[in-house]
Design a protein around this ligand. Structure first.
Ligand code: AHR
Length: 660
């Protein structure tokens, strides 16, 4: 409970952050629902686009992804593991592991803190079987993360660490199966060989046949078929994963992310980087190597992380989406307020960051590059941006200037080409001793606040640090945002595009939410899912449209006479001969625009149009109705040097105009 309040308080005082929310849940206030049914059209306006006069380059890395362990983003989300509590943390209750006595089988189960397969996992589950045979086995079942999705004709793989006493090792004793809840039918199963009396890892493969109705109403069953004592630890089951990665990610969520056309992934947080205490930070060295050597840790969002999604898994995620990492390194400050003072106290954390960068970028002749190679990835990863900490403007000790500077000097000495991001520019935590390469600004607002702030960066100085809008979102709608939020997002994105000479990178947050009861800690998110299904919010589609249609240069344009809820951005790809015109009509009334393409020699008479629109700002997508608000593609005719276009109320449009 205390943690919750601290997180909410931290959020509430963030610079530029909308503070009208419930302290306990971070719930944004929902503005009045508006509809466009009876709206009267605005007077005609003019939009003059200086197609021949690009003003600056568009950052090729403008749109990316931000991620952290929140809302069951990895555990019960993107990370493919189907077993909940695979390391038996919760044997206090029977929520995740429930004994199953088939027929005459009898036994008992308890958590044994005296034996485990590794120093990281020193405890295990002791299963004492009095009576069991191949037909009537004693076992334990796990209901997964709000269910276990089982699909037909698929291969499920996994492993378990196990050992047995003399009786249990006297022949094959353990089986792992997938069982349908309703029928009790075995959907797939595999038998382990005879255990030994020493800890050993056993792999299994379970293949399903045809399944008439795919559901998540299934269980994972570990059964013991002979009397004796068996100890188990880290029981794991994975479905097929994206690009068949071992220990990999859920396919549908990776595909949704790929659909956003991202250029980078900021990880591992967010608050998750910092932890509530220094001990609970993302301690990257404990997240690499064999899973059995990862102890896991408490996440600040009130649940445990196995760290199955460790540093290398984040990097693989980048590789699979063909995007670059934006690596956030722990900077000696945690959410609860603990910090390491600049100087010798901070030195170990600086060294950790240097080692981490070497793990990411070093070749196999370096200590940490060799470690990465041993972990299965000999090739170094590309890296341009490193962020020092997260939201360090909350540091009441005001030590960030000193901490950032110490990190900056050490990292620049070894890696001069890296762009080092400051996570603060406010509240006495402004970095003054050195000039950060980039500053990370965060914005969580309502749509009307974003409408009012779209010119935020128009007159910002161009001779200082570049900008990373590392977290931003319009907070309307839950668990995923609604169309009103998408309008706020789209308006804000026009401002980011117009200033993308300054704003090098930008990422929405949070990205993922498990929509099951208690799955959500933050109430405005981009992509929702349960065990079986997933969907994008209207905000998701707005972003996919913007990132998927962007030029290489910013084009000057002037709008005159339009309503105050009309927003636009124009970029151009000269090589492709395309002008990308984005029009956001956040008013309920239609807006007629007389558009002039100044400086164009020829204009293609037809243009591709992608439009996202809805009848009201409350319209949204849900897990049961995922495609209510989706982009629609069509062709616009009559496009010319000067042409008229009426942008319907409540719509976000992208036009691809062929121009020479
Ligand atoms: O995105 C949710 C949280 O908001 C992040 O963890 C934190 O950086 C910010 O306060």
């Amino acid at each position: 409970m205390i943690r919750t309040i601290k997180i909410a308080m931290k959020f509430a005082v963030a610079v530029g952050v909308f503070v009208s929310m419930s302290a306990m849940t971070g719930q944004a206030q929902v503005t009045g629902v508006q509809t466009k049914a009876a709206a009267v059209a605005h007077a005609a306006a003019t939009l003059t686009i200086s197609t021949g006069k690009p003003t600056a380059k568009v950052s090729p890395t403008l749109y990316g992804l931000m991620t952290e362990e929140i809302n069951y983003s990895y555990e019960g989300g993107l990370y493919g593991e189907l077993v909940q509590d695979r390391t038996f943390l919760n044997m206090r209750d029977t929520v995740n592991w429930i004994p199953v006595e088939q027929g005459t089988a009898r036994g008992a189960v308890a958590r044994d803190t005296t034996t485990g397969p590794s120093a990281a996992l020193p405890a295990s589950l002791k299963i004492t079987v009095e009576q069991a045979d191949a037909k009537d086995a004693y076992g334990l079942r796990n209901g997964g993360w709000w269910g276990v999705p089982v699909r037909g004709n698929s291969t499920y793989t996994g492993s378990v660490w196990a050992k047995g006493d003399a009786a249990a090792t006297n022949g094959a004793a353990v089986r792992v199966s997938l069982i349908a809840d309703d029928s009790g039918k075995v959907l797939a199963s595999d038998q382990l060989p005879a255990l030994t009396t020493e800890w050993k890892q056993y792999n299994y493969t379970m293949k399903t046949g045809a399944i008439a109705k795919v559901t998540a109403a299934n269980q994972i069953l570990l059964s013991v078929q002979r009397p004796g004592t068996v100890w188990v630890q880290q029981l794991s089951v994975f479905p097929p994963t994206y690009k068949n990665r071992v220990n990999g990610n859920r396919m549908d969520l990776m595909e949704l992310m790929a659909g956003m056309h991202p250029a980078f992934l900021r990880f591992p947080g967010g608050n998750y980087l910092e932890g509530q205490t220094i001990a609970d930070r993302f301690d990257w060295k404990k997240t690499i190597g064999p899973l059995v050597d990862r102890p896991g840790h408490a996440s600040p969002w009130r649940y445990h992380s196995t760290d199955g999604m460790g540093l290398l898994e984040f990097l693989n995620w980048c590789e699979d989406l063909k995007i670059q990492p934006v690596l956030a390194v722990y900077a000696g400050y945690s959410l609860g307020g603990d910090h390491a003072a600049p100087g010798p106290d901070l030195e170990p954390y600086v060294q950790d960051a240097l080692d981490e960068i070497e793990y990411v970028t070093g070749d196999a002749t370096t200590k940490w590059g060799a470690e990465r190679a041993r972990d299965g990835h000999p090739k170094a990863f590309p890296l341009t941006y490193v962020e020092i900490g997260n939201e360090d403007f909350f540091d009441k000790s005001q030590s960030y200037d000193g901490r950032y500077t110490q990190f900056y000097k050490a990292i620049k000495a070894k890696y001069p080409a890296l762009q080092l991001i400051s996570s603060s520019n406010a509240r006495g935590n402004v970095v003054k001793s050195v000039t950060p390469d980039v500053i990370d600004d965060h914005y969580y607002k309502r749509a009307d606040e974003f409408f009012a702030d779209v010119h935020h960066y128009d007159n910002a100085p161009r001779n200082g640090p570049k900008i990373f809008v590392g977290e931003w979102a319009t907070r309307e709608g839950m668990p995923t945002t609604n169309f009103g939020a998408a309008l706020g997002d789209a308006a804000w994105m026009t401002g980011m595009e117009r200033n993308s000479d300054l704003i090098q990178i930008a990422s929405y947050a949070p990205l993922l939410v498990n929509v099951n009861p208690n799955g959500m800690q933050w109430q405005s998110n981009l992509i929702g899912y349960d065990a079986l299904r997933s969907y994008g919010s209207p905000s998701y589609y707005a972003q996919a449209m913007f990132a998927g249609h962007i030029g290489t240069e910013i084009v000057a344009a002037e709008l005159q006479g339009a309503g105050d809820r009309m927003f636009y951005s124009v970029t151009k790809d000269a090589a492709k001969g395309i002008v990308y015109l984005k029009l956001v009509n956040a008013s309920s009334a239609a807006q007629e625009l007389k558009i002039t393409l100044d400086g164009a020699k020829t204009v293609k008479p037809t243009a591709k149009l992608v439009r996202l629109s809805a009848g009201s700002t409350a319209a949204t997508n849900t897990i049961n109705d995922p495609k209510r608000v989706v982009p629609v593609e069509s062709t616009v005719t009559g496009v010319a040097m000067t042409f008229t276009r009426t942008v319907p109320g409540y719509s976000i449009e992208v036009l691809e105009i062929g121009v020479k």
